[in-house]
Write a protein that binds this ligand. Sequence first.
Ligand code: ADE
Length: 233
Amino acid sequence: MRIDVVSIFPSYFDGLTLSLLGKAQSTGILDLRIHDLRDWTHDRHRTVDDTPYGGGAGMVMKPEPWGLALDQLAAGADGGPRPTIIFPSPAGEVFHQSTARELADREHLIFGCGRYEGIDERVFEEAAELGEVRLISLGDYVLNGGEVAVMAMVEAIGRLIPGVVGNPESLVEESHEDGLLEYPSYTKPSVWRDREVPPILLSGNHGAIAAWRREQQVERTRRRRPDLLAGED
Ligand code: ADE
């Protein structure tokens, strides 16, 4: 999979060279390219923002650098499928595990990180000529820009690409994969500061352990995230 990220703070993404995603890049499973939006500016100050038409607080990202960046990056996949172009935004659809799964199937994703009061609206119209455009929110709160949201999305998507996570079984048993929160986990020692591991986990009875874990999942979900169970039996 190829992922391009455009940002005015490319060094935010240094962390994506670590751990499993870093390994996926060195083995060639993931082709992740981070770009500085200012490389598509042509003035001495490398300007990316300006005041909003109609007035109001803050600055808006200018369309010209975005247009050039998207033209170049979408064309980079010439002959291939149209890219999916994602703009993180608190005004977008909410990102779920199902969104990550859907996007992990794409061959080419482009993420555009907005800053300030947002990006000139015409950029989204232009982007729609080049690929499928998605505005995606991490949740109902406001970040300073799209970078942190893109880090989260790239990690959630990247770990679903086959070969990125060593043991694919660990993906199946996670929170949200079956609509429930994950069951609690324990490791040695069996007693720590007078706290015991639930005896069932030491029983060796795999059927009983599976049933207990399922109960724990349902109970946790009911307590912490009843919204996930709404409409279920
Ligand atoms: N940019 C600012 N806030 C955001 C959010 N909640 N999700 C995605 N992108 C954002």
